[in-house]
Design a protein around this ligand. Structure first.
Ligand code: NAD
Ligand code: DAU
Length: 378
């Protein structure tokens, strides 16, 4: 039996991790700890909320006393830490909230875990603090793809020798940290604290750095769900700058599967990069999203291309992200399961079939969901 806290389980990636663990490991106690910020939504987990091995606890990760008490009461031996402020644009407007949650919140969890685990006879044996981080901590890569060489847009998901689509370098586990946005600076800082708790106190920790995720339940402030929702409502699609920036996209369930594999088989104190070798220029992925959405809505081909609206660039906009996940693929045998074309089709279908979810999160109604369910207010 293992007692595991998953922080940020009501968010996008966290909800997929909770669902996977609750369904796959009936012998574990899974506690979803979430503050339910604007990004947290319990409706994401309706299908598992009644399972006997699942429990939701509404808590701020910065609340040291409450977290320490919860660790004692639930005899926690594993933490998978996803709770964070996650949107770069918000971090540019409000960096303090990012420092509070991402840095101080992570530190608070680490310190509470240290005090609890060190008080046990077995100390750190069989314990794990697994911290979920991002490729953005590595900074930005150059775009130096030779002229005239078009990257293949149909990817072989499992192929580690895939292509250097837009440049001749990748982010490796050994790449020096060089964050540019307040979001990535806060994530980098939290990564350093996690490693410091291993190096200083001997806490068993693992850090993983993943590329951009896409899939169901992503809050429609991020590129793909925002654009699907806007196409649906025939609203402008704000493309930052020239739309030339490159991101490396992974289907969210593949990230959740990687977290499972690493939680159970990863080496203590190691870092693993997670990504599917799937680089896209924003403008190209936007065109795929428009075409697919129009087709699924029964609209004429390219009908909504005119919604593309070039707007002022994001401040400090990183040019290119590209993750090398060879270590994870070779050492732990993980591979992305989906071709990108299949993943994006499934994703768009999901949003179009879940209009109520979309309308709910865009109206903010879901923010009352917890109170309605549990009959109390904060
Ligand atoms: P999200 O914004 O969808 O969800 C974040 C969750 O954390 C929400 O449920 C929110 O309520 C909760 N939360 C926020 N502040 C909290 C606090 N103070 N206390 C308790 N809970 C709090 O984020 P996401 O996109 O699912 O990302 C999850 C994690 O994965 C983050 O750590 C992020 O940095 C990392 N990550 C995300 C991506 C991506 O593409 N989305 C890629 C790589 C890594
Ligand atoms: O790389 C991993 C990161 O991916 C995660 O750590 C972050 O939590 C996650 O938000 C994501 O960060 P990005 O900034 O890359 O994602 P976002 O969806 O905000 O933007 C993707 C690209 O699209 C980026 O180059 C900015 C651009 N963009 C975004 C929005 C929201 C636009 O052109 N227009 C938009 O309206």
């Amino acid at each position: 039996m293992r007692n595991i806290i998953i922080t940020g389980g009501a968010g996008f990636i966290g909800s997929h991790v909770v669902r996977l663990f609750v369904n796959k490991y009936p012998e574990y106690n899974i506690i979803n700890l979430d503050k339910l910020t604007y990004a947290g939504n319990l409706a994401n987990l309706k299908d598992v909320e009644d399972k006997p091995n699942y429990k939701f606890v509404k808590m701020d990760i910065c609340d040291f006393d409450a977290f320490y008490k919860l660790m004692q009461e639930e005899q926690i031996d594993g933490i998978i830490h996803l709770a964070a402020e996650s949107h770069v644009d918000r971090s540019i407007k409000d960096p303090f909230t990012f420092a509070r949650t991402n840095v101080m919140g992570t530190l608070s969890l680490l310190q509470a875990a240290k005090l609890y685990w060190e008080s046990l006879p077995e100390k750190y044996e069989g314990k794990l603090f697994y911290h979920i981080s991002t490729d953005e901590v590595y900074g930005a890569l150059e775009m130096n793809r030779p002229e005239g060489v078009e990257p293949p847009f149909s990817t072989t998901a499992s192929s580690a020798e895939h292509h250097h689509a837009y440049g001749d370098d990748f982010f490796y586990e050994t790449t020096k940290y060089n964050p540019h946005s307040p979001y990535s600076a806060s994530k980098a800082s939290s990564d350093h604290f996690v490693r410091a708790y291993h190096d200083t106190y001997g806490m068993p920790t693992i850090v993983t750095n993943c590329s951009n995720n896409y899939g169901p339940y992503q809050f429609p402030e991020k590129l793909i769900p925002l654009f699907i929702n806007n196409i649906r409502n025939r609203k402008p699609l704000p493309v930052y700058g020239k739309g030339e920036n490159v991101r490396d996209w992974l289907f969210v369930e593949d990230h959740a599967r990687a977290i499972d594999v690493i939680f159970h088989g990863g080496k203590i104190a190691e870092t693993y990069n997670i990504g599917g070798f799937n680089e896209w220029k924003n403008i190209d992925i936007i065109k795929v999203v428009i075409r697919t959405t129009d087709r699924l809505l029964g609209r004429a081909e390219d009908e909504d291309m005119n919604l593309i609206t070039y707007v002022t660039d994001r401040l400090g906009h990183d040019a290119r992200y590209a993750i090398d996940s060879t270590k994870l693929q070779k050492e732990l045998g993980w591979e992305p399961s989906l071709q990108f074309e299949e993943g994006i089709e499934r994703t768009i279908k999901w949003y179009l079939e879940n209009e109520e979810w979309l309308d709910n999160v865009t109206s903010g109604d879901y923010l009352n969901y917890y109170d309605t369910m549990y009959g109390k207010t904060e």
